[in-house]
Design a protein around this ligand. Structure first.
Ligand code: FES
Ligand code: FE2
Length: 485
């Protein structure tokens, strides 16, 4: 049955992909990966199969916001449950969605190799999935910290997908501007650099802006000495372009495509949906950093996210994890918001995820004691909420086959830390990264073909469906909007 449906949904599509933005990927070390990621699109078109996750509720012109997770799953790993009479429909991509690369997708299977190896696809994702939605930039207290003398860092240059932003603390507000001077475009700060100044000064010709983005100094324009001084220069129309930024539970999120107040900016509350309520008992905004590891993983960011979404692999590669949590205990949610995930239970007698199952930090008041929430807020943050700590993976794509992963452990203020959690998850992380890197090498083979998802890979199937939807529609909408009240 599955094979028949796959045959029905082999659909060649032409996808519009703009030129890849920064960061320009480095040449991969692996010769097979190199040939896959650098081959001309015309050549890859013949081999790479990107098939759309067929679903009768998906319209031909864009994302159908009524798609529920359950329907997505029926279109994917549980495709057999639909029965042969279910009117599955071929969905055609709008010609403007992407172009320059031809791919096909198969229902219930991985994305084709090009989705994981192509610099053009990553460029499209950075623009449409990262800059085009709400990318997590990190913790506010680290991005714009206060120094020991109580002086705040007022500015930090960040990157939202392919767009440079300047995060600014303006009075009590966190705002973001395009990191682009209104004179001739110089960056106001180099990426990740900070400044404690009370004004934003361009290092090229010295134009200066206040922390609200208004132009306050422009030599030769706003003084009386230059040829363009005087009334014809309108400082008011040369302020910095403001971009949307939001703070939620201590994390800063940025949007890089549309300006602030543009109605095309995705609604942040709809993006969070019910996730805010599910994670409310953990009070993540009040937690503090206990420890952090940074990893550079030689795998596409989606391979890492897909790995996060299933424990089908746990009996094979995570013996420590299986001792404290049954690998088949997961169940996924079907609730509003642009996130995917669910919970896994702890084994009886186990207090948390640690090598012994014993608590590693002070319990989080109000947090459930019998389970761990594993949720992926798209596009780039994985939140794992335990009874006594919260682990956060933040993904930053560096290249089609390379991803920087920041893993942070957050605990109650005043707790001694969570070394037992760090030890446990560092072992588990490394087991996962080894698997992800192996997958990346395997799917870079010319003999790779997307394989099917098992029933307990349903969250992976959902993620792949969402990504496929986004490729087809030219962007991503809220995965599961809240029902109209
Ligand atoms: S580019 Fe910024 S002052 Fe000239
Ligand atoms: Fe794993």
């Amino acid at each position: 049955m599955t094979g028949l449906i796959e045959m029905l949904f082999f659909l060649p599509v032409t996808l519009h992909l703009p030129k890849p933005p920064e960061p320009e990927p480095d040449p991969p070390d692996d010769p097979q990966a190199a040939s896959a990621s650098t081959k001309p699109l015309a050549a890859s078109a013949a081999n790479d199969l990107l098939t759309f996750m067929a679903d009768p509720n998906v319209s031909a012109t864009g994302i159908d916001r009524s798609i529920s997770r359950a329907r997505l799953l029926r279109g994917a790993s549980r495709v057999k449950d639909r029965g042969p009479a279910t009117p599955l429909r071929v969905c055609r991509l709008p010609s403007t969605a992407m172009s320059g690369i031809s791919m096909e997708m198969v229902a219930g299977r991985m994305l084709p190799a090009a989705a994981y190896t192509s610099a053009d696809v990553l460029g499209w994702e950075l623009r449409n999935l990262f800059a085009g939605t709400w990318t997590c930039l990190g913790r506010l207290d680290e991005l714009l910290p206060w120094d020991d003398n109580g002086r705040p860092v007022t500015q930090r240059a960040v990157r939202v997908g392919h767009v440079g932003g300047l995060l600014v603390r303006h009075d009590t507000q966190v705002r973001m501007f395009a990191n682009t001077c209104r004179h001739r475009g110089h960056e106001l700060l180099p990426e990740d650099a900070t400044s404690p100044r009370r004004s934003i000064v361009c290092p090229y010709h010295g134009w200066a802006y206040d922390l609200g983005g208004s132009l306050i100094a422009a030599k030769g324009f706003l003084d009386r000495s230059g040829p363009s001084s005087g009334s014809e220069f309108d400082a008011g129309s040369h302020g910095l372009a403001e971009l949307p930024a939001r703070v939620w539970e201590g994390f800063v999120f940025g949007h890089g495509v549309h300006r602030s107040h543009d109605p095309a900016v995705p609604d942040f509350e709809a993006h969070l949906g019910d996730l805010a309520g599910i994670l409310a008992p953990y009070s993540i905004g009040s937690l503090v950093l206990a420890d952090r590891h940074a990893y550079e993983v030689a795998a596409n960011w989606k391979v890492i996210a897909e790995n996060y979404h299933e424990c089908y692999h746990c009996p094979q590669i995570h013996p420590e994890l299986c001792q404290v949590s049954p690998p088949d205990s997961g169940h996924n949610y079907d609730r509003p918001g642009s996130w995917i995930g669910g919970a896994m239970t702890l084994r009886e007698g186990m207090a948390t995820m640690s090598l012994t199952g014993e608590r590693v930090s002070a319990p989080l008041p109000g947090a459930p004691s019998d389970r761990v929430e594993y949720v992926h807020l798209l596009p780039n943050v994985l939140l794992s909420a335990h009874p006594d700590y919260v682990m956060v993976h933040r993904l930053v794509p560096l290249a089609p086959d390379r991803t920087w992963v920041e893993c942070s452990w957050l605990v109650l203020p005043g707790s001694p830390g969570a070394p037992g959690a760090v030890e446990f998850w560092d072992i588990t992380n490394r087991q996962d990264w080894a698997a992800c890197e192996s997958v990346q090498r395997g799917l870079s083979s010319p003999h790779f073909a997307p394989g099917p998802f098992a029933p307990n890979e349903d969250a992976v199937a959902q993620l792949v469906a969402v990504i496929g939807d986004a490729y087809r529609a030219g962007g991503i909408a809220t995965i599961r909007p809240a029902p109209a009240s």
